[in-house]
Design a protein around this ligand. Structure first.
Ligand code: HEM
Length: 307
């Protein structure tokens, strides 16, 4: 890895952690994990840029459900530790796709255990619990939906059959987490989202969450106005992945002129930078080596940069 690659990887991992734990990705030679090689998920999630850059739109879509918003606002540590949620969610997506069957299943069970303690009452008096299969389905769906859109935007278009396969592969993971009624095809996804739209909205808690997003813990060294402008651009770039109705509902509907000169180039630059720095990320390489029956590496560190 050259200096630039090391810098990009270092900055990225400082925010969202390293995802190369041999206890998750190596061992158990021949074990395909929950999804396995040859899947669309293995191709899409090996593109670390698509998984990472989907984060902003996925979290915003998740919290458009006021019950999810209330759970995150009241019981999540995101204000104390802003990057924790990004780290653990990214880890969850990668480990459930590339981890051994045992490691992926154990992580899903652990997160179900955490969700068992997440319940309360929304500011409008409606009770919620994170283990509600409808809420789990919404949060689950937001993640592969936005990853798929990011991949198609920053990598390559998927065929209709590939999109359906990807959703069906990810649905297995969603159901193991307790979700019910998870869409498994694009047609089901469209129906499902249309049905859910009536339950979504922007509440006072959502507005506070957006203020937090824009308050930029991401560039603490910059003067406040510059950090604020950077955060605004970054959030708009991330939100450009979301469908138009989400952008309009949330107020992140970037004017076309700004999109062409700022948010689109920023998104593409970030995607290319991450791909250049990581090459085949360690988690994907280790899973392929596991399938090939090669011995587990001592450390998951040896990244393969792209040419
Ligand atoms: C299938 C859907 C979901 C996935 C994949 C998911 C994923 C996760 C993960 C990976 C963690 C971190 C566990 C750890 O700290 O090690 C977590 C924690 C948490 N989840 Fe979920 N979650 C889902 C649904 C929900 C729902 C529906 C709610 C709210 C109603 C919710 C609220 C929380 C909260 C409040 C935490 C506590 C930790 C924190 O955010 O600081 N989650 N979830």
């Amino acid at each position: 890895m050259n200096v630039l690659q090391r810098r990009i990887v270092g900055d990225f991992e400082a925010v969202v952690g390293r995802h190369d734990d041999p206890a998750i990705y190596a061992g158990a030679p021949g074990d395909p994990g929950l999804v396995g090689p040859g899947s669309v998920s293995w191709e899409v999630h090996a593109d670390i840029a698509s998984v990472a850059l989907a984060g902003t739109s996925a979290i915003v879509i998740e919290i458009l459900h006021p019950s999810v918003m209330a759970g995150v606002e009241e019981l999540s540590s995101y204000r104390r530790d802003p990057f924790r949620r990004a780290r653990t969610t990214l880890g969850y997506v990668l480990a459930t796709t590339f981890g051994t069957t045992e490691a992926a299943s154990a992580l899903i069970a652990k997160v179900r255990g955490i969700h068992g303690r997440i319940n309360g009452t929304r500011p409008d008096g409606v009770p919620y619990r994170a283990l509600d299969p409808e809420l789990l389905a919404w949060v689950h769906t937001a993640i592969p939906w936005m990853i798929m859109r990011t991949f198609e935007r920053c990598n390559r278009p998927l065929s209709p059959a590939e999109r359906d396969r990807y959703l069906a592969e990810q649905a297995v993971i969603g159901r193991m987490g307790g979700a019910e009624g998870v869409p498994e095809t694009m047609a089901e996804l469209e129906d499902y989202v249309a049905r859910m739209r009536g339950k979504l909205g922007v509440t006072e808690q959502t507005r506070q969450f957006f203020d937090f997003l824009l308050d930029s813990p991401f560039a603490p060294d910059l003067p406040k106005p510059a950090a604020g402008a950077l955060a605004l651009l970054d959030v708009h770039a991330g939100m450009s992945i979301a469908p138009g109705w989400v952008r309009r509902l949330t107020g992140f509907d970037t004017p076309d002129a700004l999109r062409a000169v700022a948010t689109e180039p920023l998104l593409r630059l970030k995607a290319r930078g991450l791909r250049y720095a990581f090459g085949t990320p360690a988690y994907a390489r280790m899973a392929h080596e596991r399938m090939a029956g090669r011995p587990a590496p001592v450390s998951g560190r040896a990244l393969t940069p792209v040419a």
